[in-house]
Design a protein around this ligand. Structure first.
Ligand SMILES: Nc1ncnc2c1ncn2[C@@H]1O[C@H](COP(=O)(O)OP(=O)(O)O)[C@@H](O)[C@H]1O
Ligand SMILES: [Mg+2]
Length: 244
């Protein structure tokens, strides 16, 4: 569904991505792994149209990507903390609402509020709809951000280290949710992950980036741990740190 073809990005005279080809199919959770600075976030931002590409292109079902095709979930959870959980989810619909609703969020039409409620139910938080977003735990807030992405009705979800700020059990839950949504709602989900073990457990496919190039692409079962560990400088492999 999502195809990144030959993506090349330069910042000044530094080439950060060099002809990267990545596809994400409908119903698939794709994890992107790689050391710090390998170009993961830049790739995701290129997929979202947030950075200028100097070569290659992004298509959705074979057509140039449109502004509403993708929804974003970030490591830093972007919710309006003092507003209700439900209002935050409703704001996912802003792209398709008349301007008046976006200026006065109390005016979210009933149909949007109902849809947002269904999205909240999908992430298991319907009972928290009327609480202030800031009163939820980090993991719950990230699930609200996922519900907001659903309410945007994009068929593609791009997530940059969505669980890096969460404790292990919340991280596990949010990734399981993303995988389930990919499979059940037939979304294409591309998630940059920091922890290879989470990618192995939840992703349908893993792409490894090194120095702006794809060096690994396959189902977790087909990738040896050696191949994945080779993405990281020895000093940053988590298991080694734990030993020392
Ligand atoms: N807006 C920018 N301007 C200049 N350099 C950038 C910019 N964004 C990223 N870079 C550089 O590009 C490289 C890849 O960054 P990034 O995609 O964020 O890596 P990752 O997410 O894999 O850690 C890094 O060296 C980073 O410093
Ligand atoms: Mg990054």
């Amino acid at each position: 569904m999502l195809a990144l073809s030959g993506i090349t990005v330069r910042f000044g005279d530094r080439q950060v991505l060099s002809g990267v080809d990545v596809t994400v199919a409908e119903g698939e959770l794709l994890a992107v792994l790689g050391a710090n600075g390998s170009g993961k976030s830049t790739l995701l931002r290129a997929a979202a149209g947030l950075v200028q590409v100097h070569g290659g292109g992004v298509t959705v079902d074979g057509r140039p990507r449109g502004p509403l095709d993708v929804a974003l979930v970030f490591q830093q959870i972007h919710l309006v903390r003092r507003r209700s959980v439900l209002d935050n989810v409703c704001s996912g619909a802003l792209g398709r609402l008349p301007l008046r609703s976006s200026l006065v969020p109390a005016l979210f039409p009933r149909v949007v509020r109902e849809e947002a409620m269904a999205c909240l139910d999908r992430v298991g938080l319907a009972d928290r709809a009327h609480d202030r977003a800031g009163s939820l735990s980090g993991g719950q807030q990230q699930r609200v951000a996922v519900a907001r992405a659903l309410c945007q009705r994009s068929r593609i979800v791009l997530a940059d280290e969505p669980v890096s700020a969460l404790d292990p059990s919340a991280a596990e839950q949010v990734l399981a949710l993303l995988a389930e949504l990919a499979h059940d709602e037939r979304l294409a989900v591309l998630a940059v992950l920091h922890q290879p073990d989470l990618a192995r457990r939840h992703a349908d496919r893993i792409v490894g980036l090194a120095d702006g190039r794809v060096v690994l692409d396959g189902a977790p079962a087909t990738l040896g741990t050696g191949a994945v560990d080779a993405l990281y400088p020895a000093s940053s492999v988590p298991e080694l740190e734990a030993v020392s």
